[in-house]
Design a protein around this ligand. Structure first.
Ligand code: PGA
Length: 265
């Protein structure tokens, strides 16, 4: 494996305004040299701050969009196209976030088209998969996640482009009204299941190289216990990345974990 699987994404959703986004981005640039060689730091501002954040970071931190429209050619007023994201230097794009699936009607079919568009425009998709509160209650983790991964499998069949998967149980994210804790051991098991599904469909080498992030109320206080699980390669973190002191705590804790773990994985 030539590149490390370890990554930490801070996603600011639609919760952080322009000025604070610039402050957080400047902090991320400051953190980046300490992260180097240990893990990749990525930040995901809202669309209104994306271009300014890309200017501030100037390639020193991976800038990530939170969505794109699947059609790169025709007019879709109000949407953001893949070429315009590539144009400002975005590296990643989050696709299939649970809030978009739940509240904005995104289907696996739409997400599959977005993945293909990302690949076509040299953007690395970060595909979120995970079950809702009700699906969790019904024990449907495996079937839901396998169905959601199908969108990725179909898109990857025609491409050798890299991708990232995030296991994001909607029932455990901080914005869920009934958030439960997905304990590190449980999250680790679920990551193992996802890696094994990737292996069956795409082969062991791809599975071994794929970054699988955990997303669900990760903070500086609990990140070490998630990263202790061998199939959890980092976090996709919302709330704890949205203010300076908790963001700093999260990055410091991640640095401490990876300094103490031998070699990249
Ligand atoms: P959270 O968000 O870290 O605030 O729980 C994670 C997510 O939205 O995926």
């Amino acid at each position: 494996m030539t590149t490390t699987r370890r990554k930490l994404f801070g996603t600011w959703k639609n919760q952080v305004g322009h000025q604070r986004s610039l402050e957080l981005a400047a902090a991320a640039v400051e953190f980046a040299p300490q992260c180097q060689g240990l893990f990749e730091l990525a930040i995901c501002p809202s669309m209104t701050a994306l271009a300014s954040v890309a200017d501030v970071t100037a390639g020193r931190v991976a800038v990530t969009a939170q969505n794109l429209v699947w059609d790169a050619t025709n007019s879709f007023t109000g949407e953001t196209s893949a070429p315009t994201l590539s144009d400002i230097g975005c590296k990643y794009v989050i696709l299939g976030h649970s809030e978009r699936r739940l509240y904005l009607g995104e289907t696996d079919e739409m997400i599959g088209r977005k993945i293909r568009t990302a690949f076509a425009h040299r953007l690395i998709p970060v595909l979120c998969v995970g079950e809702t509160f009700d699906e969790h209650g019904d024990g449907q983790f495996e079937q839901v996640v396998l169905r959601q991964l199908t969108a990725l499998f179909a898109a990857v069949a025609d491409s050798t482009s890299p991708f990232v998967v995030a296991y994001e149980p909607a029932w455990a994210i901080s914005t869920s009204t009934e958030a439960l804790e997905c304990k590190p051991l449980e999250a680790g098991d679920r990551h193992r299941f996802i890696r094994s599904a990737l292996g069956q469909e795409m082969g062991c080498d791809v599975a071994a190289e794929t970054t699988i992030l955990y997303a669900g109320s990760v903070t500086g206080d609990n990140v070490a216990s998630y990263l202790a699980e061998s199939d959890i390669d980092g976090g996709l973190v919302g709330k704890a990345s949205q203010d300076l002191s908790s963001f700093r705590g999260l990055v410091d804790a991640t640095i401490a974990v990876y300094r103490s773990q031998p070699g990249p994985r």
